[in-house]
Design a protein around this ligand. Sequence first.
Ligand SMILES: CSCCC(=O)C(=O)COP(=O)(O)O
Ligand SMILES: [Mg+2]
Length: 224
Amino acid sequence: MTYSAIITDIEGTTTRISFVTEVLFPYARLHLAAFVRQHQQQPAVLAELTAVREQLQQPEADIEQCISALLFWLDADQKITPLKSLQGMIWQEGYQQGHFTGHLYPDAVAQLQTWQQRGIPLYIYSSGSVTAQQLLFKYSDAGDLTPLLSGYFDTRIGGKRDLASYQAILKQLQLPPAQVLFLSDVVAELDAARQAGMATVQLIREQQAASDHPVAENFYQIEV
Ligand SMILES: CSCCC(=O)C(=O)COP(=O)(O)O
Ligand SMILES: [Mg+2]
């Protein structure tokens, strides 16, 4: 089967889960309050604070209430769009100052390169914001890999476990569902993509339980 597009998740699929949970999330937690207080008047940050207040249904929430909510969502790993956007802004400084590089499994790097050379457009769909996705690939262990990617989707298109998100992605790509392959480690995401008609492969990088989706331990095992 030759696909017309491949869409991949990041955490647990192209990237070790611990890079997200033990490097990125703690860095964002450490810097979040100071970042928000310092940049609260900047239009991009202000827009996210407005979205936080909307999410809380508290238009009058002050800056400290917003920060508390953001930290609560971060600790609970809730994929709330304004949190994910602010995390991306905070990580930018971390990447640019060389505090960390984006982890990508070597097999993912090699296969993404091979698939791109074969002319298959490659996309990311992650709960991390588009900015966060671009940073991870730009400042990756293997150098700037953003030229491999044709586009990015984040939670602004919808949650990763929702059928409607995959339908919206297909609408943007203008491709028949069966010609699109979605890769993820999370079965609920794969179920939603399959419901939309996409082909799926579950990545089992660590000790996750297998499902009724085709499985692969690494990108070399994915038949494209
Ligand atoms: C873009 S790297 C940060 C990943 C992140 O914030 C996250 O919540 C993981 O989401 P994914 O959909 O890639 O599992
Ligand atoms: Mg994942």
